[in-house]
Write a protein that binds this ligand. Structure first.
Ligand code: FAD
Length: 448
């Protein structure tokens, strides 16, 4: 039986940027919010490890200056614009033994980027959305189907490596439209940015103004008369509303009683796993093939195991102590599943051995290794998920709602931050129909 007066007003499950931005928006609207986070720190897939002077971005790496409307609006609201700086030499594409600079920007198309004139023309049309060949985001066509009529160069040397490197996607599973919409809205990679102090800067700033309990896993969320009931290790908490700001498969597990118009999307919203190995180095490594700048994408035709190399010390000088280096290796999607099941030493050995081709002598420089595994790396945005999304979006506002990149089917941090506005508006509309008595959780309160 739910008490007439719930323990708290709104409970948010998950302190990634999606959950924190939702809590922030609700707080600004005058609601009492408490965030429950299973991990020992905030940030989720946008977390940074602060270790002996290294700042290791475990998930999200960067944000573009275009197309991230909700994120930039939040950054300005929090007065953080000066904490965001440009990523020099953002993206290169490996081809024929060389890192081709300026990938994904007009300069790259002008200078060639290792692509033929025909492929460059195709890319210009793709990014501009001209030629009537770019579907709307709701088009249920896989990337593989979409790419079938493109030249092999554009397919294998551009679209597939980007989909794999950005989202961990496999072209036969994910829909083309969200990737194309992302490329078109974010524009040139020359405008990539990163947070000084680590990609978790936004999450930390949001959390500083909120009530957050880290190390507190929520095991179950149920809609009950008058609101929601959460089951935690110490007992239960009742709330007028609850937001599940966790990846869709986790949300489905925590909320088995989700109504039918939510269940279809929750079930179809699968995630691509991602695995990154970060290597803290005694010094900056030598590079082959003219590799410099920040990230280099390696097409599957060149390497079936290693998909992205990032020179994090080039992203921002504060990522490694003076004179030291920081490099990350991201596994290619087809190899990720096997590496996820391997031990840290095995996964590191496999990727670092491969990386020697691009960074000769790398392994002799390694001082510390961090392996980051994301079973729920990024929403896959399959055609089935796109179809179910329409029903999900049209569902009525309820006491138990959701936030996160997947709710927008936008596989990036902008999707998570943008979801906050939508979710907060839905919860406020729902709560407006009900009485407003609330009791914020007191620190140290014993949970029954
Ligand atoms: C390797 C990688 C690279 C990426 N690179 C970029 C990039 O460069 N740019 C970009 O914009 N985006 C990038 N992304 C995507 C971006 O990180 C995500 O879109 C965004 O961080 C998602 O935020 P979220 O709040 O929706 O989910 P999450 O960050 O996953 O937050 C969910 C939170 O819920 C917590 N949680 C889970 N279960 C429970 C439970 N039972 N109880 C309580 N808490 C729970 C988790 O610990 C987590 O903190 C990347 C993602 C990955 C994995």
């Amino acid at each position: 039986m739910t008490p007439a007066t719930p323990d708290i007003d709104t409970a948010v499950v998950g302190a990634g940027v999606g959950g924190l931005a939702t809590a922030h928006a609700l707080g600004r609207a005058g609601r009492g919010v408490h965030v429950f986070e299973a991990a020992d720190a905030v940030g989720g897939r946008m977390r940074t490890l602060h270790s002996d002077g290294w700042r290791i971005d475990t998930g999200a790496e960067m944000l573009p200056s275009a197309g991230y409307t909700a994120t930039w609006s939040l950054i300005r609201e929090l007065g953080m614009a000066a904490e965001v700086s440009r990523v020099p030499g953002a993206l290169s594409l490996w081809r024929g033994g060389r890192a081709r600079p300026h990938a994904g920007r007009p300069l790259g198309l002008l200078t060639g980027g290792g692509l033929s004139p025909r492929a460059r023309l195709e890319l210009v049309r793709l990014q501009a959305g001209s030629g009537g060949d770019v579907g709307e985001p709701a088009d249920p066509v896989t990337l593989e189907e979409f790419a079938a009529s493109r030249s092999p160069e554009v397919r294998e040397r551009f679209l597939y490596p980007l989909a794999a490197g950005f989202f961990g996607w496999r072209p036969e599973r994910s829909a083309a439209a969200p990737l194309l919409a992302h490329l078109r809205s974010t524009g040139s990679t020359a405008h990539w940015r990163t947070y000084r102090g680590g990609m978790d800067a936004l999450a930390r700033r949001l959390a500083a103004g909120l009530q957050v309990s880290t190390g507190t896993a929520v095991h179950r969320v149920a809609a009950v008369p008058g609101g929601a009931r959460l089951t935690l290790d110490g007992g239960t908490v009742t709330a007028r509303s609850a937001v599940l700001a966790v990846p869709a498969p986790v949300a489905a597990r925590l909320h088995p009683g989700a109504p039918a118009d939510e269940r279809g999307f929750l079930a179809s919203c699968t995630f691509a796993p991602m695995l990154r190995v970060s290597l803290a180095l005694a010094r900056r490594p030598a590079t082959a093939g003219g590799m410099r700048g920040f990230a280099t994408l390696i097409p599957a035709a060149e390497d079936d195991l290693l998909n992205v190399i990032t020179l994090d010390h080039n992203k921002h000088p504060d990522r490694a102590p003076d004179g030291r280096g920081l490099v990350s290796l991201i596994a290619a999607p087809p190899a990720t599943a096997a590496l996820m099941g391997a031990g840290d030493a095995e996964a590191t050995a496999a990727l670092a051995e491969r990386a020697e081709r691009y960074l000769p002598g790398l392994r002799s420089l390694v001082r510390r290794v961090h392996v980051h595994r994301f079973p729920h790396g990024l929403p896959e945005a399959t055609p089935a998920a796109l179809r179910e999304h329409r029903t999900f979006r049209g569902r009525p506002a309820r006491a138990v709602d959701y936030a996160g990149d997947w709710t927008q089917l936008r596989p990036c941090s902008e999707g998570a931050v943008a979801s906050a506005q939508v979710t907060a508006a839905r919860l406020l509309a729902h709560a407006a129909e009900r009485p407003t008595s609330t009791h914020p959780v007191r620190p140290g309160r014993t949970l029954r």
